[in-house]
Design a protein around this ligand. Structure first.
Ligand code: ADP
Ligand code: ZN
Ligand code: ZN
Length: 737
């Protein structure tokens, strides 16, 4: 009978089947046929495959019990000659998908974040010297420059020798040079751990030794590096970086706001002799390609990046560092919803390497882990070189009201600013609100301008003369007349944004040079960098900014900091409102007097508040961080809130309000009946409409002993959700909008 088996069947039986996880919104790996003549690729190999009507990148995934090949099986299109994704990273992807209830392929997509990395290397052309006995005088300089035998580009040679590109062509024709194609070296290939070591203080040295030891041990450990701003935390964790480099390992440093990290990069360069590789959303495709390949091949040693850098394909990480570990920017709120600090701990665990969490104001979650002995705690209690922390004063706005509702600075802050300017020092006014005014209303009819797509007021941006929404991209020209009653001149701004504060400063100090820095500038790195340079060069007297200026900058002349509205973050129903406000204001305060001119001038900070007795204000003024954290912890424990329970948010959204609410109710109706969880809602989200989508929220409070992912998966599986409605799950939510 065998003789009758058709040829195609025989052929099919011999085709090897490979399981491939596509980097796409799919939940599992699929079977693909191996092209004829290809060797079976090992798990982790990068490939390109057809998926529906597209082609996508993917990774060969663990193969267990693959079904036999059928004729319909599609073939792998390309197998890439790159080191495969490590087993620990594949496990990381698995676990992250599982923890966040995200599709596996969507998680992989965060790793395959540089599609250009799979293009074949183009290379650049360069000249190399050929051996010649008789060298004419005019060629000597070029030949001397290329003496070592290395190839150099036209640009390099002309810059170094002053010869023309034309002359190089002549030398090529006359066989003095040859032209070859070279590939440019990946970024941060040879950082030198011994280069710019600076003498550490005894306290710093003790901490640095402990960190280096954990790097040498090459096993999982998690350490909180806890020290006031300016205590030398960066200097100290550079020693852990140096140790990893000595072990020929790779290093990843996560920063919350990479766009602003110029000063950091300069320091790194001084310490290690070369710039680190950068990873953030504003890189060009070519830069992404270059760095991604450098990381994947192990040649790039140190990456400094935003949260997305956590997913780069490092084959040999030696240590992971999360600077400003408390920063909310580590939470990704779109697509795969995850917390990069927590997932960094997971990755370190799976890679069996140490991780260092760094902060002057650790999150309560992290402190809880310290208190329970899961994390090591290393402290740097004092500012380096005996510099003093700034004095923080509470300004009770009930007693120091500005003259009218169009002014926002108290007499105390005005005087302090005046004094700083007289001393030729800088002042900083902090207000976490972009634009001119957060609300515009008509004084004749009371009309308030709202976004047509979101449940949010429109913010006036006066220099652009627009009203715009901070939750979607809606904007319109500032109206001349009220669209409801038709009155002209009746529109009034309510409340301040940074632009309005700038106007007030201009009024009080007409000769001062003012710089407004807001987070909408962070999209344009060059504009921002230029502004920061002007500040450092003291071409600016008063800096007015949103949270963008709270982080990491060293402004040596800054001695007076005013927080315009210290109560701002305390509004709204955010569980962490108090904690977040503390972190932010503490960080802003830390900008003052960092490298103050005289050691006895530590800088001053003024908190304008209507709630001077609030625990946040009291703790900030008293410098009582630990007491504050303990009080906050006690409150959370009493309320059965994280870190003493686990929260998950279910956000149900859709374009039809009734249908959306109905699904939210159905989900609530089939909630598991167990004492281990409590479900709040559904309630309209505080932002009940964004981009024309209605949003309802359910908040799930679960005991930590419960496997919440398993529970949620089972629970949500019971409701049939129509395509017009989306249910997204946010495990450990940070934002409650
Ligand atoms: P942190 O990260 O805790 O805010 P940094 O590492 O940025 O602290 O240090 C604050 C300032 O003190 C920096 O300008 C740094 O260069 C300087 N500094 C810290 N430690 C030392 C040291 N051992 N020797 C010289 N300068 C130091
Ligand atoms: Zn009106
Ligand atoms: Zn909007």
């Amino acid at each position: 009978m065998l003789a009758y088996m058709s040829i195609p069947d025989l052929f099919l039986q011999e085709r090897k089947v490979v399981s491939v996880l596509p980097a796409a919104y799919v939940g599992k790996a699929y079977s693909y046929a191996l092209p004829e003549g290809s060797a079976l690729p090992e798990p982790g190999t990068f490939v390109r495959i057809p998926l529906h009507s597209r082609t996508v990148f993917g990774v060969v995934w663990e193969q267990e019990d693959l079904p036999p090949a059928t004729g319909a099986l599609k073939e792998i299109l390309e197998i890439y000659d790159l080191p495969p994704l490590s087993g620990s990273q594949r496990k990381f992807i698995d676990r992250l998908a599982d923890y966040t209830l995200s599709p596996l392929g969507a998680v992989l997509k965060m790793t395959l974040s540089a599609p250009a990395a799979f293009d074949s290397e183009k290379g650049i052309s360069a000249y190399r010297a050929l051996a010649q006995t008789d060298i004419p005088e005019k060629y000597r300089q070029v030949m001397a420059f290329l003496q070592g035998g290395e190839a150099r580009t036209t640009v390099q040679i002309t810059a170094a020798t002053g010869c023309s590109a034309g002359m190089l062509k002549t030398m090529l024709r006359n066989n003095f040079l040859e032209k070859i194609t070279v590939t440019s070296p990946p970024p941060c290939e040879f950082p030198d751990p011994a280069r710019g070591y600076c003498e550490l203080s005894p306290a710093q040295d003790t901490v640095a030794q402990a960190l280096s030891t954990s790097v040498r041990q090459a096993s999982y450990s998690c350490t909180l590096l806890d020290g006031v701003t300016g205590s030398g935390k960066t200097e100290v964790y550079f020693e852990a970086v140096a140790e990893a480099l000595r072990q020929e390992k790779q290093v990843l440093i996560l920063l919350p706001e990479i766009a602003l990290s110029n000063a950091f990069l300069d320091r790194f360069q001084q310490r290690f002799g070369c710039a680190p590789a950068l990873w953030h959303s504003a890189l060009t495709p070519a830069q992404r390609r270059h760095t991604w390949r450098g990381v994947c091949t192990g040649r790039t040693k140190v990456v400094v990046g935003a949260r997305s850098a956590l997913h780069l394909p490092f084959p040999s990480l030696g240590v992971l560092i999360v600077d400003e570990e408390h920063d909310p920017a580590y939470k990704q709120e779109e697509q795969v919803i995850y917390h990069a600090r927590d997932m960094a701990v997971l990755r370190a665990h799976l890679e069996k390497i140490p991780i260092i969490l760094v902060s002057a104001t650790p999150s309560l979650e992290t402190m809880q882990n310290v208190w329970e002995g899961r994390y090591q705690h290393l402290e740097l209690p004092a500012r380096f070189g005996g510099a003093q922390l700034p004095q923080i004063d509470i300004v009770d706005m009930r007693d120091h009201k500005p003259p009218d509702s169009r002014h926002f600075l108290s007499d105390i802050l005005r005087t302090a600013l005046q004094e700083a300017l007289t001393r030729k020092e800088q002042g900083l006014l902090f207000l976490n609100r972009r634009g001119y005014a957060p609300l515009t209303l008509c004084r004749s009819c009371g009309h308030r301008f709202e976004c047509p797509r979101c449940s949010a007021w429109l913010t006036e941006h006066r220099h652009k003369s627009i009203l715009c929404c901070h939750h979607c991209d809606y904007s319109k020209p500032y109206p001349e007349v009220c669209p409801v009653c038709g009155d002209s001149g009746s529109l009034a701004p309510c409340g301040p944004g940074v632009e309005r504060i700038a106007e007030e400063v201009k009024e009080y100090f007409p000769d001062s040079r003012i710089e407004v820095l807001a987070s909408d500038m962070s999209e344009n790195h060059d504009v921002l960098k230029a502004a920061l340079t002007r500040i450092r060069n003291h071409e600016v007297d008063v800096i007015i900014g949103t949270q963008i200026i709270a982080k990491g900058h060293h402004f040596p002349k800054l001695t007076c900091v005013g927080v315009v509205d210290a109560d701002l973050g305390l509004e709204g129903g955010d569980l962490r409102a108090t904690e977040k406000t503390y972190h932010l204001l503490h960080q802003v305060a830390g900008r003052a007097g960092r490298e103050s001119l005289e050691a006895h001038d530590p800088g001053r900070v003024f908190l304008q508040t209507w709630m001077p007795d609030h625990p946040v204000m009291q703790a900030l003024a008293a410098g009582a961080r630990d007491g504050f954290l303990q009080a906050e912890a006690a409150m959370r424990e009493a309320a059965h809130m994280p870190p003493y329970s686990r929260l998950s948010a279910l956000i149900v959204s859709g374009t039809h309000e009734a249908q959306t609410l109905e699904i939210a109710r159905q989900i609530s109706a089939v909630a598991p009946q167990t004492a281990q969880i409590r479900v709040l809602g559904p309630a309209p989200a505080p932002l009940s409409k964004i981009r024309n989508k209605f949003r309802y929220r359910l908040l799930v409070i679960a005991d930590k002993s419960l496997h919440i992912q398993k529970t949620l998966r089972h629970w949500l599986g019971e409701v049939k959700v129509p395509a017009a409605v989306q249910v997204s799950v946010d495990i450990d939510p940070q934002s409650f909008l």
